[in-house]
Ligand binder design. Structure first.
Ligand code: ADP
Ligand code: DP6
Length: 325
């Protein structure tokens, strides 16, 4: 286990959402998306290819994982084994500093960290852009977690060019307050939810058209550091994604009563002169895009409705990184 090294990858929250694949096997998305990487939520993973075990072994949060969870990791590691000509099983140890499968993007940081650790253990030394195409094959949103700041996942035309690109390092006054409405595992995974939405929602073609426009506009707002415009586009794009899934058959909604309460609180805050905007993913939790310098004020206000332990302030996260304990 001489080559065991830990890699940390931060989660990201999409401001322009990915919600649908055009190629399930290669994880090629229906549209390009754009996110902000966050510093408060991350995953740390080590991989070692090891002749002392007979099959892949996966520990998540110090818990031995069953065949189903391990198979997903095994299939992903096969991409690295094939490329590097490695025939050995692997021991994978991962810790999520983010709730798993609760709409807080554990799949993004989880698969990006796994890609980074496999890259080290296999000796492939892929550059970050290429690494993002590998991360993509674990989970689409993981593509964007290879980089910090504002990151675009360009839909591309094939396996090699559907990759992440850093748009801006977000080293300005920007961050998010996450409202953890419920951190239990959700009933419908993003994977299943998006597949059904693409297949059945009559709103899907308009979603794609309008997302392409949102992406163009948000990139130009980011480059101008126009926070209000970034926020308005974010809030609108997130709501359109949820409208599209409400149109699926059967209709899909991840909202809970507290999600709606959080959204209303954000509107109230805005009314009171604090610029902030919400977005939601495949879960009931609400993420509030804000000036990082307003984070505490927003948390204090939301503490009238939620327990302070449900409110987590994040600044922009960094690129994937190798860490030593
Ligand atoms: P989330 O909203 O947390 O991203 P998903 O249902 O989209 O929820 O993804 C959760 C899945 O991501 C898990 O079931 C697991 O397969 C994968 N995952 C999460 N964390 C890790 C990790 N640290 N290492 C490998 N895979 C992970
Ligand atoms: C709503 O990346 O979790 O968070 O590619 O099937 O693993 P798979 O899905 P995943 O979906 C993320 C959906 C989203 C929007 C986004 O992050 O862009």
């Amino acid at each position: 286990m001489s080559n065991e090294k830990k890699v940390r990858a931060y989660t990201n929250i999409a401001l322009i959402k990915y919600w649908g694949k055009r190629n399930e096997e290669l994880f090629l998305p229906m549209n390009s998306s754009l996110s902000l990487t966050l510093d408060s939520f991350y995953t740390e993973t080590s991989v070692s290819f090891d002749s002392s075990v007979s099959e892949d072994i996966f520990y998540l949060n110090d818990t031995f994982q069953d065949t189903k969870a391990t198979e997903k990791v095994s299939r992903f590691l096969d991409l690295f084994r094939e490329e590097a000509g490695i025939k050995l099983p692997a021991i994978v140890k991962s810790t999520n500093f983010v709730p798993t499968a609760a709409g807080l993007a554990s799949s993004a940081s989880g698969m990006a960290a796994l890609a980074g650790a496999a890259n080290l253990a296999s000796g492939l030394n892929l550059d970050k852009t290429t690494l993002s195409t590998y991360a993509r094959r674990g989970s689409g949103s993981a593509t964007r977690s290879i980089f910090g700041g504002f990151v675009e996942w360009q839909m591309g035309t094939n396996n090699a060019d559907s990759c992440a690109l850093k748009v801006d390092d977000a080293s300005w006054d920007i961050g998010m307050v996450t409202v953890v409405v419920n951190d239990k595992q959700k009933a419908v995974s993003s994977r299943v939810g998006m597949k059904n939405t693409v297949a059945t929602s009559p709103f899907y073609p308009s979603w794609l058209e309008s997302t392409a426009v949102d992406l163009r506009n948000i990139k130009s707002a980011i480059l101008k550091k126009d926070f209000e415009q970034v926020g308005e586009i974010t809030e609108s794009n997130g709501m359109k994604m949820h409208a599209t899934m409400l149109g699926a058959n059967p209709p899909l909604s991840y909202w809970e009563p507290d999600s709606v309460r959080a959204m209303q609180a954000v509107r109230d805050l805005r009314q009171s002169g604090i610029p902030c905007y919400f977005t939601m993913d495949a879960g009931p939790n609400v993420k509030v895009l804000c000036r990082l310098s307003d984070g505490q004020k927003i948390k204090d206000y939301l503490s009238n409705i939620f327990n302070p332990t449900q409110l987590i302030i994040s600044g922009p996260g960094k690129d994937i990184e190798e860490i030593t304990d």
